[in-house]
Ligand binder design. Structure first.
Ligand SMILES: CSC[C@@H](O)[C@@H](O)C(=O)COP(=O)(O)O
Ligand SMILES: [Zn+2]
Length: 213
């Protein structure tokens, strides 16, 4: 029998597709040393109420599709899901256009966010690579990346991020001091582009601080 001309995406197909994308992005970020040990977590929207999120405690470069769980974005995260699930779910609730969220723990994101945490933000300007963030069209833009204090109370940290980001609709990323980077996108490709661009932009900033000492 031939396939129907228009195939609707069943929930199980959507989860399988999202899991494949997440496994692939995990390998991509792991080989670049952005998710050492078992750090980092990733997610992908499935529909208006559901997102696929990585489970806790696995090496994110060695994920299998079974390590990606479909979660209700309005419900408390189940035991065993990522310890930072709240930080993903509030973005899906607050921003209907968000399709993917990536959290990394690179060396530069942990170091620079600690060095600059007193400022509460990192202001980036005059770099061509700023055009890889959101809809920026010029190096002359100034992009502010909020820096939150690290907090083991993740629901509290998620509430803080949600409150601040409500005032900053253009924002595509934030840092957690001494911890890492959260960024998101209107597709997995855009979230990945944001991660890679920000890793370079943070490195430019850290290297500039070194030569100015
Ligand atoms: C292994 S240290 C990193 C963790 O504490 C956490 O910050 C992290 O990014 C990964 O948590 P996880 O529960 O595996 O999603
Ligand atoms: Zn983390």
């Amino acid at each position: 029998m031939s396939a129907p001309a228009v195939a609707s995406t069943s929930p199980s197909t959507a989860l399988a597709d999202a899991a494949r994308e997440i496994v692939e992005v995990g390998r991509f970020l792991s080989v670049r040393n952005f998710v050492p040990a078992t750090s980092g977590n990733f997610s992908r929207r499935l529909d208006a109420r559901t997102a696929a999120v990585t489970r806790s405690g696995v090496d994110k470069g060695e994920l299998t599709e079974a390590d990606v769980w479909a979660l209700d974005i309005h419900a408390p995260p189940p035991p065993g899901s990522s310890a930072e699930t709240h930080l993903h779910l509030h973005l899906y609730r607050d921003r209907p256009h968000v399709q993917a969220v990536l959290h990394t723990h690179s060396m530069v994101s942990a170091l620079l966010s600690n060095l600059r945490k007193a400022e509460g933000e990192l202001r980036l300007s005059d770099f061509e690579l700023l055009k890889a963030l959101g809809d920026n069209k010029t190096h002359e833009a100034t992009v502010s990346i909020p820096i939150f204090p690290n907090d083991q109370d993740v629901p509290r940290l998620a509430a803080r991020a949600s409150e601040l980001l409500a005032q900053r609709p253009e924002c595509v990323a934030y840092l957690i001091a001494g911890h890492g980077l959260y960024t998101w996108g209107r597709s997995m490709a855009e979230a990945r582009r944001h991660t890679v661009a920000l890793e370079h932009l943070l490195t430019y900033e850290l290297e500039t601080m070194k030569v100015r000492r």
